[in-house]
Design a protein around this ligand. Structure first.
Ligand SMILES: [Zn+2]
Ligand SMILES: [Zn+2]
Length: 120
């Protein structure tokens, strides 16, 4: 007398979660832009001048004219005209609001990398 096997029981629930791999050495401009995007909501002082710039210049991209609202405002970034993002005059004269695409365009890949690393 053979036993009945329930093949349905062979399926195991749950899946293994792959270990998180650190970011690869080479970053594409898109990845940098993504980092820029997320850092906009992290750094407190960065957010502070960003908000001021948005207040002064409005919620639109100075280059392509794209409009933004609360839903997509996070992809509107603040560009520093002179490339020095520690230079933040309160009148906003060194700021330009650019969407991530135009911001990417504005900087060469190397320059954007330098723009993002101001620790030195
Ligand atoms: Zn734009
Ligand atoms: Zn910039």
């Amino acid at each position: 007398m053979a036993r009945t096997r329930f093949s349905a029981n062979r399926r195991r629930p749950g899946r293994r979660s792959a270990p998180q791999t650190p970011a690869p050495a080479g970053e594409s401009a898109k990845e940098i832009a993504a980092r820029l995007r997320s850092s906009a909501s992290v750094g407190k002082s960065a957010q502070d001048y960003r908000r001021k710039s948005l207040d002064i210049h409005g919620w639109f991209c100075a280059k392509c004219g794209r409009d933004f609202d609360e839903n997509n405002l996070h992809i509107l970034t603040v560009h520093h005209r002179d490339g020095d993002h520690k230079n933040n005059p309160p009148d906003g004269s060194n700021w330009e609001n650019l969407c991530v695409d135009c911001h990417e365009d504005e900087h060469s890949r190397d320059m954007l990398g330098r723009y993002l690393s101001d620790d030195q």
